[in-house]
Design a binder for this molecule. Sequence first.
Ligand SMILES: C[S@@+](CC[C@H](N)C(=O)[O-])C[C@H]1O[C@@H](n2cnc3c(N)ncnc32)[C@H](O)[C@@H]1O
Length: 208
Amino acid sequence: MNKKDKTVCWVSRTLRLLVAVAIVFVAVPFSLGQNKDLPKELAKMISAELIVEIGVFTGYVTLALAQALGRNGKVIALDNTEQFVNIGKPFWLKSSAGNKIDLRIGLALDSLQAMLERENMASKVDMIFLDADKPSYPVYYELALKLLRPGGLIAIDNTLFHGAVLDESTPGDSTPAIRKLNKIVRDDTRVDMIMLPLADGLTLALKK
Ligand SMILES: C[S@@+](CC[C@H](N)C(=O)[O-])C[C@H]1O[C@@H](n2cnc3c(N)ncnc32)[C@H](O)[C@@H]1O
């Protein structure tokens, strides 16, 4: 490799690193912010052994959830791209809990349906952390309720959506979908629920 190629390579690597760091710093405040370990503590409280995370990103919460599990516990982690997961994967590999993560790349909708139809996982899951594409939240919620065991917990991130849920005129697909889901969960007699107004809004619903 000549000097010019080496420089191009270095610039490209540095740019990719800067983009990765920027993604982390932009994305974190929109998610659980300083409360990233809350899902882990919730998992411990209900002694979860089988957890599904819908939307992994860099996998920080995924690993935290895995650390909450007992020896035979498992986190099934769903994302449609490995691009961001690859940033966090080295930390999974370093952790003794890393081998409890079952990463499945593909559309979450397909993965959830496969769990129900091919893996007979209905009513077997202890906890679901929903944190992926917002327009699909109502559909994910219904599938999640099928997967959860009675007493199982679904934690739904971003249910305040930066406050946009209060403004009926907010454009786009995400805000109306979250607003719709909020109403569904509020009126859902199949669950006991509470919306925590922390970070970007975290709704907890316990399947009856
Ligand atoms: C907000 S991030 C998840 C953050 C992560 N749970 C955490 O707390 O660090 C949303 C993730 O959902 C993924 N995603 C978006 N649409 C998806 C889809 N249709 N199926 C699966 N994953 C999807 C994105 O790739 C992204 O990694």
